[in-house]
Ligand binder design. Structure first.
Ligand code: ZN
Length: 289
């Protein structure tokens, strides 16, 4: 994201390409080195996993995805983000939105409901098929395609969203460049990613060190559908200098702490809010002229 040379980066530790649990020494798998850029806080694995073919990444989703409830679209689905996009634009009826990593099309449905003309791209064939077949997304609006192969005319969209996408990409910088090219001059890009500074990652990493190991829990999962990166706000602030945009807003969400006993939840949530060490980072980008 900032192009700082890798020689300057810090080694955080190692992690397995399988669930490593709390006793990674007794778990089996291939371990990779996890590194952190000292300039912008980007976390990544070295080397990065290369799938034999794309379906090794996104091909076979767990059956739990396909329970009937999964196909219900909550009226509030993606509503906070849509409201914010409308405010930042400002919004006019019929503006074009693009959802990268559209899944089965839930956000596209919410965007349409809120007055956008929604387009999407989804690399996974099972998700794409269900978006068309079960969710009635128009096939001409949704592409079954990797971002790397995706093409649109320059300045086609007012709002582009990447939810849970950037962490799966080999080259997030190239993805941002591509999206900026598709964005209209007054448009806005929304990106949601895992945060490098997540408090519970630090707690687990500390625990692993106490046990005398060099394991870390960052960039989980290191198996299908692989995470390649974690980000900080600084990653984007450094990147904006190179790519002609500015971060106009950001939020850090405490999110998932299910592994921790319930009694600690409100305390940990409060701490993560106060120290900006929640699990998910959301940034909003606008082009600079
Ligand atoms: Zn960096």
């Amino acid at each position: 994201m900032c192009q700082d040379p890798i020689q300057k980066h810090k080694i955080l530790g190692q992690r397995l390409n399988s669930s490593q649990g709390l006793r990674p020494r007794s778990a089996k798998g291939i371990s990779v080195t996890v590194m952190r850029c000292t300039k912008c806080g980007l976390i990544y694995s070295n080397p990065q996993p290369v799938p034999y073919e794309i379906n090794d990444h996104y091909g076979i989703p767990p059956e739990s995805y396909w329970v009937p409830e999964y196909f219900n679209v909550d009226p509030n689905y993606f509503s906070i983000q849509i409201a914010k996009a409308k405010k930042l634009l400002p919004f006019r009826e019929g503006m074009n939105a693009l959802d990268i990593g559209a899944g089965i099309g839930k956000s596209m449905i919410s965007l349409e409901r809120e007055g956008f003309t929604a387009f999407g791209a989804e690399p996974s064939k099972p998700f794409y098929d269900r978006a068309i077949g079960k969710m009635n997304i128009a096939p001409e609006r949704l592409k079954n395609c990797m971002l790397e192969d995706l093409e649109y005319e320059p300045e086609s969209f007012d709002f582009i969203t990447f939810s849970a996408v950037m962490e799966h990409l080999y080259d997030p910088d190239a993805a941002i460049k591509k999206a900026l090219n598709w964005l209209r001059p007054e448009g806005v890009i929304h990106i949601e990613v895992p945060s490098s500074d997540f408090f519970l990652s630090r707690v687990f990493n500390f625990y692993f060190r106490l046990r005398g190991t060099t394991y870390v829990t960052n960039i989980s999962p290191m198996h299908s559908p692989f995470h390649m990166h974690e980000f900080t706000l600084k990653s984007f602030l450094e990147n904006q200098e190179r790519n002609k945009y500015r971060v106009v807003d950001h939020t850090i969400y405490p999110a998932n702490i299910l592994k921790v006993p319930r009694i600690f939840h409100s305390l940990i949530n409060w701490y993560m809010k106060a120290t900006k060490t929640g699990m998910q980072l959301e940034v909003w980008l606008k082009k600079t002229p």
